[in-house]
Design a protein around this ligand. Sequence first.
Ligand code: F6R
Length: 242
Amino acid sequence: MRIIRAKDYKDMSRKAANIISAQIIMKPDCVLGLATGSTPIGAYEQLVEWYRKGDLDFSAVTTVNLDEYKGLPKEHEQSYYYFMRKHLFSKVNIDPARTFLPDGMEPDSEKSCNDYNRIIAETGGVDLQLLGLGHNGHIGFNEPGDAFKAETHCVDLTETTIKANQRFFASVEEVPRQAYTMGIKTIMRAKKILVVVSGEDKAEILRNAFFGAITPGVQASVLQLHNDVTIVADEAALMKCD
Ligand code: F6R
């Protein structure tokens, strides 16, 4: 596990984008595992900037996202599909046919999850998986529990997550109660993992996840067992790790 210390959010974003762009330059037809949420937005902005300068080419890149809300159509502003289009896909030369997310509008959970597992397998495997860290230690939508779930599955979101996401919806009732997410085994199969963490409010969970016990109560703690994890975190997030 490598920890890269960044000064602040901007610096964290730039350092994370550097790692992602190195992956694309080294292997132009790489498979990137992507995340939504507020933390990676700055890194996506930086990648777009480098693309516009002519330093990056996404034409052969394939992406698979971690998760998607169940029941939100692609056009919904809070769907992760919409998020990815807004922050990255519509701004670079990626082939839309090579960008994948779980199908949130497939009501049959088993079918949606099996389809997504097959899509991920057909890409040949994720070269670099980008992750944010939830306040409760979740990665993707793998919520605290008593087991690590292996493959893509449908989750009931916890009250903490519903509350955390409420700010993006008109009312708490509108926040979806379920989501499809890659499982822990899927995430752990990625060749390289890049975790981005920013802000004082993540300091405690960052310490618990990477320096505490490995437990499904803190799903991100399993990353301690992966042999190529890089954490890019700002000073505020690292304040409890000294
Ligand atoms: C997003 C995802 C989530 C977020 C996590 C942190 O696709 O899977 O696990 O990475 O909730 O979110 P932010 O970055 O908004 O704090």
